[in-house]
Design a protein around this ligand. Structure first.
Ligand code: LRH
Length: 466
């Protein structure tokens, strides 16, 4: 067996990266090619993504990847969920909105007036998040002008190849996919005034979307196929959680903390709806039965506010080390409070929730944030266990949060379970694995793929302290 190489584009809400993945001879490795900042940009009509800049970074990163590794055989793209571009005649009609834009609130009220949430949940199995795509579509004035809608990774794949598709794991976050059939719910779309004709054909992870348009093949330096991966970043991350049995919960922790279990069959029950547990589609038709907890967004936005105040950058590891040394009662707040969703002065908004308990020092403040996130993680792990009837005996924590030792230990302490931390780049690894499998360069089952992750990226273990 030889070593095979692919390129993974992984776009998160706070940063994006292009990586080379190498697999074979028992190895699974990533090489970082480029990393670029991402985030909300304020425009006249609300919060958007700077999609033009993002796309340029992707193409430049791919060109650099091929320059470094001419043996690259394919490209896979994943990103955060729910956001989309509208196109007409192959042209983007407007810059995509950011899911944190306030316009979707109106969409929620309008959608629920037509289809009550209990019915929606029965149809799509999705937890309520005010930015689920269907709420955004409902208030998007340009939708009537569009002939196609594409979620962010599909939009990039389209710009690269010219083929419009909807990859299924991410399509499941729109709210327009039936949980029972994993097909578009055209009846629901029609009732909500969303033209069914703009929804592109669904494809499963592992499908070749197309090959690079000639101009892009020239710029990138090679004629390559784009392979659909679990294009929802969380779907790719879950592929690379080194789960060894079904009694482990997972937390994919970056901007968000996605806390839950993998299920073979959906559990669309009243209790799951009331606990706001979702059924996002996973790779190979699995269900990601999970709950969104506001994750490192609380910390990164606080740091951003403090840096603006100081006019200087903050050393995060140093701040976290000081936070670990804080002693005494740590005040907690609800990490999922809706007031913390929009960008802005995060410390002031958290202080408003904490009232007179709000800590005075930044270190104590950071500690409150981390402990509050961990407390919300623990509640969600417990809910996942109760709703599924599974005894949970360990928690895998992957993504950027796995490097945060304070968070990992606090999660172990508050769940009372061992936390197995890492890999930090689970999303990119899942992206690489699904491409490699499609190329015949990786084993067939998710269990075998995860065993390869476990063998090549040994997790760091945190035992709960009494
Ligand atoms: C994480 C994520 C999450 C979604 C949110 C919009 O990056 O994809 O799974 O709920 O972003």
């Amino acid at each position: 067996m030889s070593i095979r190489a692919v390129a993974a584009v992984d776009l998160g809400a706070t940063s994006g990266r292009v990586m080379i993945g190498r697999i074979g001879e028992g190895r699974l490795e990533l090489e970082l090619v480029s990393r670029f900042p991402n985030g909300p940009v304020e425009r006249e009509d609300g919060l958007h993504w700077d999609f033009g800049a993002l796309y340029e970074h992707v193409v430049a990163g791919l060109a650099e990847a091929v320059r470094r590794e001419p043996e690259i055989e394919s490209i896979g793209i994943d990103s955060w969920a729910v956001d989309y571009g509208l196109l007409r005649g192959g042209e983007l009609l407007a810059e995509p909105f950011h899911y944190r834009d306030a316009r979707s609130e109106r969409g929620v009220a309008e959608v629920h007036a037509i289809v009550p949430f209990t019915e929606l949940y029965q149809r799509n199995g999705l937890q309520f998040l005010p930015f689920n795509t269907l709420y955004q579509y409902r208030v998007d004035g340009r939708i009537a002008d569009a002939d196609t809608t594409l979620l962010i990774p599909d939009l990039i794949a389209f710009l690269l190849t010219g083929t419009p598709v909807a990859e299924r794991t991410n399509a499941s976050t729109t709210g327009l996919l039936e949980v029972a059939s994993s097909e578009w719910d055209l009846d629901l779309a029609e009732r909500l005034g969303i033209p069914a004709g703009i929804l592109p054909p669904l494809v499963d992870p592992g499908t070749v979307v197309g090959t690079l348009r000639p101009a892009l093949a020239e710029r990138i330096g090679k004629d390559l196929p784009v392979i659909a991966v679990g294009s929802h970043d969380t779907a790719s991350a879950v592929v690379a959680v080194p789960l060894t049995n079904s009694n482990s919960a997972y937390i994919s922790c970056g901007t968000w903390g996605l806390v839950g279990l993998e299920l073979a069959q959906p559990r669309v029950t009243d209790a799951a709806r009331e606990a706001n547990f979702t059924h996002e589609l996973g790779v190979d038709g699995r269900f990601r039965f999970l709950h969104n907890v506001t994750g490192l967004w609380l910390l990164s936005e606080s740091v951003r506010a403090w840096e603006a105040e100081d006019g200087a950058s903050i050393d995060l590891p140093e701040l976290l080390a000081e936070a670990s040394a804080v002693r005494g009662e740590i005040p907690l707040f609800d990490a999922n409070d809706p007031s913390l969703s929009a960008p802005g002065d995060m410390p002031a908004r958290i202080a408003a929730l904490l009232g007179e308990d709000a800590p005075a020092s930044r270190a104590a403040f950071a500690r409150s944030i981390v402990e509050s996130i961990a407390a919300a993680f623990a509640d969600a792990v417990q809910a996942a266990s109760a709703l599924s009837g599974r005894e949970i005996d360990s928690v895998h924590l992957v993504g950027g949060g796995s490097l945060n030792r304070l968070l990992c230990q606090a999660t172990a302490d508050r769940t009372g379970l061992p936390v197995l931390a890492g890999p930090v780049e689970a999303t990119a690894l899942g992206n690489v694995l699904v491409q490699a499998r499609a190329l015949g360069a990786a084993p067939a089952t998710l269990e075998e793929l995860r065993a390869l992750v476990a063998a090549t990226h040994e997790p760091v273990r945190y035992e709960p302290r009494g």
